[in-house]
Design a protein around this ligand. Sequence first.
Ligand SMILES: [Mg+2]
Length: 385
Amino acid sequence: MKITGLEIMAFALPLRGHYGWRSLQSPIGRYAILRVTTDDGLVGLGEAPVLPDWGGEHGRYYGEDTTMVTHLVRKYFEPILIGSDPRAIKELLPRMDSVVRGFPYTKAMIESALLDLAGRAAGVPVYQLLGGAARMRIPVCHTVGLAPPEDAARLSAEVVEDGIRTLQIKASGDFAADLAVMKAVRHAVGDKIRIYPDVNRGYRTPKDAIAAIEAMHAEAGICMIEQPVEGSEAMAQVTASVRVPVMADEGCWSPQDAIEAVRRKSADILSIYYTKASGLLRSMQIGAIASAAGMPVNVNGSLEAGVGNAANLHLAAALEGNVLPAVIAVTTLQGREQTRVGGVFYTDDVISEPFHYADGCLSVPTGPGLGVDLDPAKIAKYRIA
Ligand SMILES: [Mg+2]
């Protein structure tokens, strides 16, 4: 099997409502989707959610936009990929790294398309290529965007009615505002729902973070905290000082970052998704490091669309160890809604079948490869480039 063509499409999906986090400036719902065609007629899909203002700690790593994704594929990666066997992934990834350093989102899009093709060629789902599924139903964590306390509380109650039991709540880094939001959400959802803030590096000092976390734990019962500060030294100081577990997101992109987090004790939990690590195989390496170190992980994301959600579902299925509820959107197709608001950020998608949702969990797709196909009518409707 040889790769004969690469097609990149850019999409803008319709939003359910406003959604934001600290430092987010670009609109959500924009995606690049790659279609890789082969000489034996198989098609592989990959997705890059594009967010140029997203990135790692201290300017390390960054998201991309659709123009950058297209340029990188056309100028640098297409010459490597055309004529190659898409199943030779471990030969192709280092070659892609040698011509362009960084740009993990574009590389993750390509890698998942290669895995999709490898799975389709072998007639097995991608999670089998990753060593098989440890679980087939993935509990969903809904992410609540930045909002005033009453709005965050109302939305959280609706999400819980849809069956979701864990809420990630975006926090601003303003202590009083964050405490007010967490208390309002706790009051709205009762004692049995797990809630935790994602501060996106927002607290200015470790001491500010420690004071805020202790107050949110005492007064709102938060179960953990995501990326309260920036930098592994500050994260280590917070991790050593608070009662709740601390999760690294911006601080953990690569397997090397995961080793550093273990070595420096800069987190208790690692957040993994297929894009940050340049693909599913390196995401599995992070999972192996966390598992060996006795650390839980969660599968998080950038509010992917259907193709990206498929990649993250296969990852959540295949990771070993303690895997916490995943921030994976409940892909919604117009007229085939499975929840009212729980896990829903876009009111439609370009894939042809949604992932089955029940009792707060998404089912991992079982078809060959990623197990998703594109809907030509939806491509025509939402394509922007
Ligand atoms: Mg995060």
